[in-house]
Write a protein that binds this ligand. Structure first.
Ligand SMILES: C[S@@+](CC[C@H](N)C(=O)[O-])C[C@H]1O[C@@H](n2cnc3c(N)ncnc32)[C@H](O)[C@@H]1O
Length: 337
């Protein structure tokens, strides 16, 4: 019996939405790693270029300068907070009350006054009148909602005619070939949540099982791997055997299941057209482009500041976000109302 079968057989996990499943439980959704938000931008790091490329992507793809933008599902304030200095106003909506608090706290700490954050129910209409935003940006968030197609309908409703949605998302194609089942330990101080992902790639959906245990993530990692003081990141699904779960059973405080739809790029494009967006374009993304540029430039030719990198990338990313990309690679998508 594998971990998923064991959970289904021995526990009756309560169904919940992703905000309750994971986002309310995390102190930082990004492990305090985001450049600009949590740490100084480092022009010598490829992934910081990648991050800046994405920020400029979201900004230029929705023609954001001087306009009112909606960030759907900002997590710790990404991309809303780095985008805010270039926009008129940014409003972030998140179904996790904790994330909204974190975003507002980050905005205050960063001295950003044109970004606000609103808590919204996981399902149901957005609390805005029709056509109230010039653009919508959404990073890995639409597929975290209970009904992504309905979420897209709501996003279209609040966009003004001619307004654009720019969305990045997690398709499941990248998990093919051995990563369909994975485990991740979320530290919650005295307790932890062991999350088992069961991805159904062809069906474009994933079941996520969460077991709360009365021990720290490190203690759980030690128990599963048999190595004292084991790093929770080193735990693999192969460690989560039926025997291991039998042994842990007295420590299980609760069990949860959250099923998410993970549409591919092709499915999103189809849905966006069905919903009534007039123009739907899968395009290349500013993030991967910026990373590639970083690797192609000699270190001594690279700009040495955030401002310099922004200046270099800006005209290039403006072009990249208009360049068609094959939908099979689950690229960024722009949809025009
Ligand atoms: C994977 S995180 C992405 C966060 C951030 N955009 C980023 O890329 O770092 C998904 C975010 O969507 C939020 N979310 C989930 N369901 C939602 C819903 N129904 N409405 C609004 N936000 C939601 C989560 O709380 C979380 O902050």
């Amino acid at each position: 019996m594998d971990a998923v079968q064991w959970i289904k057989t021995h526990l009756a996990p309560s169904r919940c939405t992703s905000d309750k499943f994971v986002y309310d439980a995390m102190e930082s959704q990004s492990d305090f790693g985001l450049p600009v938000i949590y740490r100084a931008f480092d022009p010598g790091k490829a992934w910081h270029w990648d991050d800046r490329g994405f920020i400029l992507d979201y900004l230029f793809a929705v023609c954001g300068q001087g306009r009112r933008l909606l960030d759907f599902g900002p997590g710790d304030g990404w991309p809303s907070l780095p985008v805010a200095p270039f926009a008129g106003e940014v409003v972030g909506v998140d179904a996790s009350a904790r994330r909204v608090e974190v975003c507002a706290g980050n905005a205050a700490r960063m001295g950003i006054s044109n970004a606000s954050f609103v808590h919204v129910p996981a399902a149901g209409p957005l609390p805005f009148v029709d056509e109230s935003f010039d653009g919508v940006i959404a990073a890995s968030s639409i597929e975290q909602t209970p009904d992504p197609k309905e979420t897209l309908r709501e996003i279209r409703r609040v966009l003004r005619p001619g307004g654009r949605l720019r969305m990045g998302y997690e398709g499941l194609g990248c998990y093919r070939g051995g990563k369909e089942r994975e485990v991740w330990l979320l530290d919650m101080g005295e307790s932890c949540r062991m999350i088992v992902y069961d991805r159904h790639i062809e069906d474009e959906c994933a079941d996520q099982y969460g077991l709360d245990l009365a021990m720290s993530a490190r203690e759980l990692a030690s128990s599963l791997t048999g190595q004292a003081g084991a790093n929770p990141r080193l735990v693999r699904i192969e460690h989560v055997t039926a025997d291991a779960l039998d042994a842990l059973r007295p420590e299980i405080l609760g069990a949860w299941v959250c099923t998410l739809s993970h549409p591919s790029g092709a499915t999103y494009v189809k849905w966006l057209r069905e919903i009534g967006f007039s123009d739907v374009r899968p395009t290349h993304g500013g993030g991967p482009f910026a990373r590639e540029l970083f690797s192609q430039m000699l270190p001594e030719r690279r700009p040495a500041s955030l401002e310099g990198v922004t200046e270099l990338l800006s005209p290039l990313v403006r072009v990249v976000v208009e360049m068609p990309a094959p939908v099979e690679i689950d690229p960024m998508i722009t949809a025009v109302k």
